[in-house]
Design a protein around this ligand. Structure first.
Ligand code: PMP
Length: 324
């Protein structure tokens, strides 16, 4: 899988992509132009959703002229875990996946915020639903990327009628492509009803997460988030924010089940994720959250987070890999 052939338009390690150069993608050991990276219509991962993926951000720091890839090791460790759940291991070692991603970003020469999307998919072209006796392949692409949901204004959310896929159906802790139909049902219900985002409950009625974000709430100065047994994805951003809250604000995050109605009476709610970053929620199911304005703990955590991910706080240099 790791027999890399440099693409014709590969750039020197320090290169910056000229506007005319095609974006390259890493596909099963080779760098190829993104436009040429295709899979067949009978690919198992396409037919049945038997694939796993990660969403990773790299942040551009204009003053430093540097692109920082965020928490690559954590993402690739989770990808390996998801692959194990899907009977896909062994996959490439985490260090190799990190290295090829750094190489991919360097070759593309992006000078703006970037989103990296690695996938491991069941690549056998065959009819027949199962997990076993199938080949796997890996692909990683990267594209320039801005905001996924609003981070500057507070958003509105609705508790949707769909339930999070449970560990008894499709484990939420694995980032399984097929499971994202569940996220899509939730997001569309909320948006078609006029809200920005979904709050999704687990089967037992407790709050699980957003459609593609983890959820935090603040009650009486205590930071609270659902625990890992509440059918959540064990978010990298969730972990990073708990770390920041403790180190910078002395706040120990309580991990416990949250009732839907607690969201109506708490002081602050925010959603977080690689795509979402930190998105304050100011209204849920027509109830104003706290004062209806972005709260002080959310505001402070967002400042700390953006300083760390953009390489402005040397205390968190170990979260980042500089690309150039
Ligand atoms: N939950 C779900 C369902 C997600 O898709 C995501 C985005 N990956 C998250 C939570 C947040 O996870 P992370 O912070 O690792 O991006």
């Amino acid at each position: 899988m790791l027999t890399e052939k440099p693409a014709a338009d590969a750039l020197p390690a320090t290169g910056v992509r000229p506007a005319s150069t095609a974006v390259v993608c890493w596909m099963d050991g080779e760098f190829v132009p993104l436009a040429e990276a295709k899979v067949g219509v009978m690919t198992h991962g396409f037919l049945y959703g038997t694939a796993t993926f990660e969403g990773i951000r790299a942040y551009w720091n204009e003053e430093q002229g540097q692109l920082y890839a965020l928490k690559l090791r954590e993402h690739y460790t989770r990808l390996s875990h998801s692959a194990r759940v899907l009977l896909m291991d062994p996959v490439l070692p985490v260090d190799e996946m990190v290295a090829l991603t750094v190489d991919l970003l360097r070759r593309n020469g992006f000078r703006q915020d970037t989103y990296v999307r690695p996938s491991i998919y069941k690549s056998t072209e065959a009819i027949g639903v199962r997990l076993h006796n199938l080949e796997n392949k890996m692909v990683v692409f990267a594209v320039p990327f801005g905001e996924y949901i609003a981070i500057d204004r507070g958003i509105t959310a609705q508790t949707v009628s769909w339930r999070r896929n449970s560990d008894m159906a499709i484990p939420a802790r694995a980032k399984i492509v097929g499971a994202y139909a569940n996220s899509a049902f939730s997001k569309s219900e909320a948006q078609l009803n006029g809200y920005d985002e979904a709050v999704v409950l687990a089967n037992d009625g407790h709050v699980s997460e957003g459609s593609a974000e983890n959820l935090f709430m603040v009650r009486d100065g205590v930071l609270i988030t659902p625990g890992v047994a509440d059918d959540i994805l064990e978010g990298v951003t969730r972990g990073a924010l708990m770390d920041l809250a403790l180190r910078e604000m002395g706040l120990v995050t309580e991990q416990r089940s949250i009732d839907r109605s607690e969201l109506y009476i708490c002081d602050e709610v925010f959603l977080c994720g690689t795509g979402a970053q930190i998105s304050p929620v100011v209204s849920i199911d027509h109830r104003t959250v706290g004062t209806g304005k972005v709260g002080p703990i959310t505001t402070r955590l967002a400042e700390l987070y953006f300083d760390a991910v953009r390489g402005r706080n040397p205390d968190y240099a170990d979260w980042l890999i500089p690309i150039y």
